[in-house]
Design a protein. Structure first.
Length: 258
């Protein structure tokens, strides 16, 4: 790794350890490591954000390489840096990341605080990640991400949002367990306004930018809910009933029956 991919010394240290470990585990199959999510798009908050990454491989990850990557993430999570437990990312082949397939096959994925597993992401997940990587991705090691990815069009993003709403968020109107966590409700509210912005404009913006847009573009009844979500506090959590109503309205705006 050359240079410092982020303004945060402790984040750079764990990214360097991740890059070195991935290259050792993958060997000749390694293509590149990229930061996406909040570190790429510009709304990273050291107090609540995780470290989103995508590692591109020449071929599908083999079973021995998968085991080595699992061991790497276990070591990083047990290490002295708190960021070792805050890594969230995927390993995907050059062919899969470059395709226009809205839902490629299962890929190795790690969620913050979890272990590396094979996950078949919901429809649209990779479309959004391709867009962020192409437009904003930070190359830690490897060629610029835009050289690996075909351009994502606005209508592709709109279709991706609809797919994620249908497969991930719409079921929460019935199964509300995740929304019992006040911080997940904050995430849900900000994701909804971000999705509304994407449906309207065919682009991805930061959550704060989407919240500012929503203040004027959406009905005034959502303003307090969005303010509480931005505060990210146990003292003023987003109201559960209002959060569910916003999810329902966002599904409706996408043409989905709730």
């Amino acid at each position: 790794m050359t240079g410092f991919p982020t303004p945060y010394e402790d984040v750079n240290a764990i990214v360097a350890a991740l890059a070195s470990g991935i290259q050792e585990a993958l060997g000749a199959s390694f293509v590149g490591l990229y930061l996406d999510g909040s570190l790429a798009i510009g709304d990273f908050d050291p107090g609540k954000s995780d470290i989103d990454f995508v590692a591109v491989t020449e071929d599908e990850v083999t079973e021995p390489a998968f085991g080595a990557l699992q061991a790497l993430h276990t070591r990083l999570a047990a290490g002295p840096s708190r960021w070792g437990k805050e890594l969230e990312g995927s390993y995907i082949s050059r062919q899969a990341i470059g395709a226009r397939d809205p839902r490629p096959a299962a890929q190795p994925y790690i969620d913050r605080g979890d272990e590396l597993t094979l996950v078949h992401q919901e429809r649209g997940y990779w479309v959004i990640h391709r867009y962020v990587l192409c437009e904003h991705g930070v190359a830690v090691v490897g060629p610029p991400a835009r050289t690996l990815i075909e351009r994502v069009e606005p209508d592709d993003l709109r279709a991706a949002v609809i797919g994620i709403l249908e497969e991930w968020w719409q079921p929460m109107l019935r199964d509300r367990d995740r929304l019992g966590n006040v911080f997940y409700r904050c995430y849900a509210v900000l994701t909804m306004v971000r999705m509304r912005h994407t449906l309207e404009h065919g682009a991805i913006v930061t959550k704060p930018a989407a919240a500012r847009w929503a203040h004027d573009a959406l009905e005034p009844r959502w303003r307090l809910l969005v303010q509480h979500a931005l505060a990210w506090s146990r003292d003023t959590p987003p109201d559960l009933a209002a959060t569910l109503a916003l999810i329902r309205e966002t599904c409706g705006a996408a043409g989905l029956n709730s």
